[in-house]
Write a protein that binds this ligand. Structure first.
Ligand code: PMP
Length: 395
């Protein structure tokens, strides 16, 4: 039965981590990851999370099953965060939210749900996009295409190209958009450009699926989430997956959600019943711990404030690393302009380094993705000089 099964392709990013782990050079640096590290090169355990966990430990609650759609307190907190507490879709009970296994789980529930109710639609993802978008929607049975997005010449968004792509999509196409902090490029749309995108999505009868894996890493929690409110205002169907992997540094707890906006409370109830069917037939119901931690933090005023402060600290540190990288490269590689790194947002930068340059960096035990993507959140005050010296050498 299994004799003829081929080896599946390796995950390119996890392959980098494997090579990094096998490297015995004590000065090795991994910029290939998609994880926030603090200035000591450690994945933080946020204080708000520790405090919420202490509180939960005291309660010694039994570990019963959660409802299929997850913890009610969590789903409510997610809606308020994603749509804004005063959103009409919450007041009118038009939004449904299911707790999911990270942002990936939210995308997968959404993909399976859409395949059931829009089976003939095709999916469009940005060129380039997070590498799992394609695989995930293909495995749900969709044909996946690209829309124009990144412009290597400007290291920013090819906005004309993007709009032209949107306008050429058949009605009913599913368009996956990064709500903020585009992975892998770090190039985001301006508020004005979002306006034009929303108009094109609406005019073309497209189905927008917002992937918000980095809320709070761009300009702020409300600022980064504002695009969701703008889509709501434009009307029509909307799906939003969100993740707390990065914003709560809870990667392995798998905490995320899928929210879907319906046109009425009655329609929303029908949608929820179908989303529950997808969940029930996949893993029945989500795990308790991460959802409880996030719900506790978001609904306890002092923990919520602490979280916002800790998230702001992560956001500011990344920006400082962007500034430092630009300034230090200016000094060490004066003929090269890296100012674009400052304009990019979130954890990543498409650095413009070529595959050959990335290979040369690897010979120095500095690991980046072949596409030139570096994780700015893996830079710190101790490793940045070595990174800058190595980049200057390979340029
Ligand atoms: N979408 C994007 C754009 C991402 O970068 C990531 C995480 N790398 C995810 C979704 C998935 O997040 P999670 O780890 O919570 O599943």
């Amino acid at each position: 039965l299994f004799g003829a099964i081929d080896m599946a392709p390796r995950d390119p990013i996890l392959g980098i981590t494997e090579a990094f782990n096998a490297d015995t050079n004590p000065a090795k640096i991994n910029l290939g990851v998609g994880v926030y590290y603090d200035d000591n090169g450690k994945v933080p355990l946020l204080e708000c999370v520790q405090k919420a966990e202490s509180k939960l430990m005291e309660q010694q609650a039994p570990r019963t099953y959660l409802p299929i759609e997850g913890l009610a307190q969590y789903d409510k907190a997610v809606q308020e965060l994603v749509f804004g507490a005063n959103s009409p879709v919450i007041q009118e009970k038009r939004a449904v939210t299911v707790q999911a296994l990270g942002g990936t789980g939210g995308l997968k529930i959404g993909a399976d749900f859409l395949k059931r109710f829009a089976p003939d639609s095709q999916v469009y993802i940005s060129d380039p996009s997070w590498e799992n978008h394609r695989a995930l929607f293909e495995s749900a049975g969709f044909v996946v295409n690209h829309y124009a997005y990144y412009d290597p010449a400007t290291h920013g968004v090819n906005f004309e190209g993007m709009l032209a792509s949107l306008k050429s999509m058949p009605q009913g196409s599913i368009v996956v958009l990064h709500a903020c902090c585009h992975n892998p490029t770090g190039a985001d749309l301006t508020q004005e450009q979002w306006g034009a995108v929303i108009e094109a999505v609406k005019a073309g009868g497209l189905i927008p699926f917002l992937d918000m894996a980095y809320q709070g890493f761009g300009s702020g929690i409300a600022e980064d989430g504002a695009v969701v409110g703008r889509f709501v205002q434009a009307g029509g169907p909307l799906l939003v997956s969100n993740s707390f992997s990065k914003s709560f540094s809870l990667y392995g707890e798998r905490v995320g959600a899928l929210s879907v906006v319906a046109s009425s409370a009655e329609e929303a109830a029908r949608l929820l019943s179908q989303l529950k069917r997808v969940v029930r037939t996949n893993y029945s119901n989500p795990p308790v711990h991460g959802g409880k931690v996030v719900a506790t933090v978001l609904s306890t005023p002092e923990l919520r404030q602490l979280w916002e402060d800790e998230l702001a600290h992560m956001r500011v540190r990344i920006k400082q690393m962007r500034d430092a990288l630009v300034e230090k490269l200016k000094a060490k590689a004066p003929g090269h302009d890296f100012d674009f790194v400052r304009k990019q947002v979130g954890m990543f930068s498409y650095s413009g380094l070529t595959k050959e340059q990335v290979a040369k960096l690897r010979a120095e035990s500095i690991y980046a993705v072949d596409t030139g993507r570096i994780c700015v959140a893996a830079l710190n005050s101790k490793n940045i000089d070595r990174v800058v010296d190595a980049i200057a050498k390979v340029l």
